[in-house]
Design a protein around this ligand. Structure first.
Ligand code: AMP
Length: 316
C-alpha cells in the first residue's frame, strides 16, 4: 500500500508539495488560519478520521489539482460510533498521517485535540437526516448518519471550505453530504472521488488492518460479488432487485470465512432509497452496495450501475 501511495504521489506530484504543513489543534487556530488566507482563494477540504492510506491521499491530490489551498482534518468522531463499536481501538497513526498529507501538498490540517474541542457538553442541536436511519449503515448503526451529518456540518463551519472531497467508498456518506449542502444552503461544492483499491479489488480502508492474513486473502470477494451484480444489471434491459441481490449473495456465501452479510442494497443515487428493479430507463442509474463481516471485521463497498456515475461525479 505504501507503494500505491508513492506511485500516486509520483504520478500527481503537486507543485506545492514539500511546503510546510500547518497543524491547527483548536477551532480558534483553524479560524485564525482561514482569516489569514485570501478571501477569494478556493479552499479544498478533505475530512478524515486518520490512519491514512492511498484512498485519503487521492482525495488530497484531487483537491490540490482544483483549489488554491488544501485543508484536511483528522478527528475520530465519537458520535458516529455505536455502543460496542471500535471507537477506542480505532487505529491512530498521527505522525505518519501528517507526513503523508505534507507529501500530498496539503497546506493545513485541523486536528482537534479532544472530543471537547468539537462537542460542547449536552449539545441541544444536531443534524438529523431522518430517512437515512432506515437504510444501509443506518439500520445496524442507528446514530451513524446523524453523527456523520453533524460532524461534517461542524467541520464545514470551522474550516469554511469552498470545495469538499469525499470517497465513493462511503457512498451513502457522499450522498448524505450532497443533500446536506443542498438542503441547508451551504456554499460548498461537494466532489466525490473514485474508490482506491488493492490489486484484488478490496477497497482500501483504515479498518483493513484488523483482517487476519487468511481473511485478507479472500477479502476481494466483496468487490467480485458487486461486479457480478453490476454485470447482471447492465447485461439486461430490466432486472429485479431480488435477482441482483441473490447474484451477489450467492458469491458471498460461497466464501467459508464470511460470517455475515449485513446487507446488499440496490438503491437510487439521489436519496439511497431501495429500488424495486434496475432498468436502463432509470435516468439516474443505481448504486449497488454491500456490507459483510469477514470474521469480526466489517467491510463495505459499492459500484455504480448504469448512468449513476454521471449523477455522482457530476460534470467536471
Ligand atoms: P475515513 O477516514 O474512513 O473517515 O475516510 C475519510 C475519507 O476518505 C472519506 O471521504 C472516505 O470515503 C475516503 N476514503 C476512504 N477509503 C477510501 C478509498 N479506498 N478510496 C477513496 N477514498 C476513500
Amino acid at each position: 500500500m505504501l507503494a500505491l501511495t508513492r506511485g500516486l504521489l509520483r504520478q500527481h506530484r503537486a507543485p506545492q508539495s514539500g511546503r510546510a504543513l500547518h497543524v491547527c489543534k483548536s477551532i480558534a487556530e483553524m479560524r485564525a488560519y482561514r482569516r489569514s488566507t485570501n478571501a477569494h482563494s478556493t479552499l479544498g477540504f478533505v475530512p478524515t478520521m486518520g490512519a491514512l492510506h492511498s484512498g485519503h491521499v487521492s482525495l488530497a491530490i484531487a483537491a490540490r489539482k482544483e483549489c488554491d489551498l488544501v485543508a484536511g482534518s483528522i478527528f475520530v468522531n465519537p458520535t458516529q460510533f455505536g455502543v460496542g463499536e471500535d471507537l477506542d481501538k480505532y487505529p491512530r497513526t498521527l505522525q505518519s498521517d501528517l507526513a503523508m498529507l505534507a507529501d500530498a501538498g496539503m497546506d493545513v490540517v485541523f486536528v482537534p485535540e479532544s472530543r471537547d474541542e468539537m462537542y460542547a457538553p449536552n449539545p441541544l442541536c444536531h443534524v438529523e437526516p431522518a430517512p437515512f436511519s432506515r437504510i444501509m449503515e443506518g439500520v445496524a448503526r442507528p446514530d451513524f448518519f446523524r453523527g456523520v451529518a453533524t460532524i461534517v456540518c461542524k467541520l464545514f463551519n470551522v474550516v469554511q471550505p469552498t470545495h469538499a472531497y469525499f470517497g465513493q467508498k462511503d457512498i451513502s456518506q457522499c450522498i448524505l453530504v450532497q443533500r446536506l449542502v443542498q438542503d441547508l444552503n451551504m456554499p460548498v461544492c461537494v466532489r466525490v472521488c473514485e474508490t482506491m483499491r488493492a490489486e484484488d479489488g478490496l477497497a482500501l480502508s483504515s479498518r483493513n488492518v484488523y483482517l487476519s492474513a487468511s481473511e485478507r486473502a479472500v477479502a476481494g470477494v466483496l468487490y467480485k460479488a458487486l461486479q457480478a451484480g453490476k454485470a447482471l444489471c447492465e447485461g439486461r434491459s430490466e432486472v429485479s432487485r431480488a435477482a441482483v441481490v441473490s447474484t451477489c449473495e450467492e458469491i458471498l456465501r460461497a466464501e467459508p470465512l464470511l460470517s455475515r452479510i449485513e446487507y446488499v442494497s440496490l438503491a437510487s443515487p439521489t436519496d439511497m432509497e431501495e429500488l424495486v428493479s434496475f432498468s436502463h430507463a432509470i435516468g439516474d442509474g443505481a448504486v449497488l452496495s454491500a456490507a459483510i463481516r469477514l470474521g469480526s471485521v466489517r467491510l463495505i463497498d459499492n459500484v455504480l450501475v448504469g448512468s449513476a456515475p454521471q449523477h455522482i461525479y457530476g460534470n467536471r
